[in-house]
Design a protein around this ligand. Structure first.
Ligand code: FMN
Length: 243
């Protein structure tokens, strides 16, 4: 008799925070969203992170031996999470137009919408197959502001955020559930429905359009330009479904 496979839904009750994990290599800076930061010991103060091997940040941490964590406040907008969590430094320079400081390790530290910053030097790493767990000694830490840290639950429930495949907590089952048709805007479904991005959860509202990217308010989704992309994560129009 074979044992029943573990019920994946049990994992969905694990709590996490949400962080910008950064590192550098030579003069290049990079960062990504990470929910797998934890304090490992207090004497000495040590923290760990779990990073997908395909992420540029993984290569930077492996080679530089340092990383930093900027702890997001619950005021952080979806745009900030999408910037670091749905784009890769393989494709874009995420720090090109963003305010940051470089700390003791040389890693970039984000201040806006962040409560604290931590910097660590890698002590050891553990190969987890698709991911590596890096554990490090805390070499610097500072509190920037009082506030409530962003939680993973808040991100999913309030910001309606999703997680990409590279995140350790990605679940194809959960993603499929989230893609089920949601509530409509209250208008007849065939007039001008809102559309939701299947990658990051951004909702295109035809009443608002996307004026920043040349789509006037009142433009139905079908009439947005063929090369229009999700303003949050850059996914193509084909990634959208009616909300
Ligand atoms: C809410 C959320 C949580 C995430 N958590 C992790 C994580 O803990 N580890 C990880 O490797 N990727 C995680 N990711 C995915 C990375 O942020 C994403 O793959 C990013 O584009 C990698 O960027 P890079 O290639 O510039 O390093 C998460 C993404 C989101 C949106």
């Amino acid at each position: 008799m074979t044992a029943p496979s573990p019920d994946e839904r049990a994992l969905w009750n694990i709590s996490y925070g949400l962080y910008i994990l950064t590192s550098h290599l030579d003069r290049r800076l990079n960062g990504m969203i990470c929910n797998t930061v934890m304090q490992v010991t207090s004497h000495p103060m040590r923290i760990s992170v779990c990073v997908n091997k395909e992420n540029l940040t993984h290569g930077f941490i492996s080679r530089s031996g340092v990383f930093a964590v900027s702890i997001l406040a619950d005021t952080a907008p979806m745009e900030l999470v999408a910037h670091f969590g749905f784009k890769s430094g393989h494709d874009v320079d995420k720090f090109a137009d963003l305010a940051f400081q470089q700390g003791a390790t040389g890693s970039p530290l984000v201040g806006d919408h962040c409560l604290s910053q931590l910097e660590a030097r890698v002590l050891d790493s553990m190969d987890m197959g698709t991911h590596t767990v890096f554990a490090g000694d805390l070499v610097a830490a500072r509190v920037l502001a009082q506030g409530t840290p962003m939680t993973y639950a808040n991100y999913r429930q309030v910001l309606k955020g999703k997680v990409p495949r590279n995140a350790p907590t990605f679940s194809a089952n959960r993603a499929a559930q989230a893609n089920e048709p949601g509530p409509t805007s209250g208008r007849a479904a065939n007039t001008s429905p809102r559309h939701v991005c299947g990658v990051c959860g951004y909702v295109y509202d035809p009443e608002k359009g996307d004026p920043e990217h040349g789509v006037a308010p009142g433009t139905p989704f079908q009439e947005t330009p063929p090369d229009w992309v999700c303003p949050l994560c850059g996914a193509p129009k084909s990634a959208f479904t009616p909300a």
